[in-house]
Design a protein around this ligand. Structure first.
Ligand SMILES: [Zn+2]
Ligand SMILES: [Zn+2]
Length: 266
């Protein structure tokens, strides 16, 4: 099955390489019928300088909507956001992003709140992550991962958004299991509890190929085992490239196009 849509796309508005129009042209060239943009956003706070801010988010949406008009009839262009959840701060809720009425919201956890209140970044570099686990989780990878999944469960149950981003992002640096064993009972227990929470929330999961395009993993998020737990609970999926450049919007779609029954947004 050929998937002709990607909803998880970053551009120069955040940490992507290309301008939105370049991405639209790439999507048309690849025969897509839909392209959705999902700039990183951390409203209501502005924690980092490379994400959408309360000041420029309306300009972002205006640019995407004008591309939707310009290319109407050739491709459907959607305006979304990838919104962080940081307990006590940023949250992926439709009310929080009311100023742009996004077509959809992807809710993601990139920063885990430690018991001491520090935010540990999940996906920057292995060194930064291991330093963070040493300093804020007593050196326990298990404690950090349990906190990550607890935060994901809290996010899906509390906020009004559409798609849960890269559900097991904690696997990013774990190719061949250097940091933890993905078959450990405690890890499987976290996956099961999180699959239950996603199913109860009615939210959509994504099969996200972003770690393949950036060379971290040979596999998508979530793992095959986690996808199976989600699927048996009735969770629906979209296929996402998590693209950071115009040419990556269908990365590994040939490998993952047939692995789930995918739904469309909008
Ligand atoms: Zn993300
Ligand atoms: Zn992303």
């Amino acid at each position: 099955m050929k998937i002709l849509a990607n909803y998880h796309t970053h551009t120069k508005w955040c940490d992507g390489r290309d301008a939105p129009e370049d991405v639209v042209l790439s999507a048309i060239a690849k025969g897509f019928d839909t392209i959705g943009f999902s700039s990183h956003a951390m409203l209501p706070e502005n924690v980092l300088d490379w994400v959408l801010t309360p000041d420029n988010i309306v300009r972002y949406a205006t640019e995407i909507r004008s591309l939707a008009e310009k290319y109407a009839g050739r491709i459907k262009v959607l305006c979304g956001v990838e919104a962080d959840y940081m307990p006590g701060g940023a949250n992926p809720d439709r009310k929080t992003y009311g100023s742009i009425s996004p077509d959809y919201i992807i809710g993601s956890v990139h920063f885990v709140k430690a018991p001491d209140g520090a935010l540990v970044c999940v996906d920057n570099t292995p060194k930064e992550l291991m330093d963070g686990i040493a300093a804020h989780f007593g050196g326990s990878v298990e404690a950090y991962i349990r906190a990550y999944f607890a935060q994901v469960r809290e996010m899906v149950s509390r906020f009004d958004f559409d798609v849960v981003g890269h559900l097991d992002l904690v696997r990013k640096f774990n190719r061949r299991n250097p940091y933890f064993n993905e078959d450990s009972p405690w890890y499987v227990e976290e996956l099961e509890a999180t699959a239950d929470a996603v199913a109860a929330s009615g939210k959509i999961a994504e099969v996200n190929t972003g770690a393949i395009s950036r060379g971290w993993l040979d596999d998508a998020y979530p793992s095959a085992a986690f996808r199976s737990l989600l699927r048996t609970r009735g969770v629906k999926f979209i296929l996402s490239a998590d693209a950071h450049s115009a040419d990556a919007i269908d990365c590994a779609f040939d490998r993952f196009g047939g692995c789930e029954e995918y739904v469309r947004l909008k």
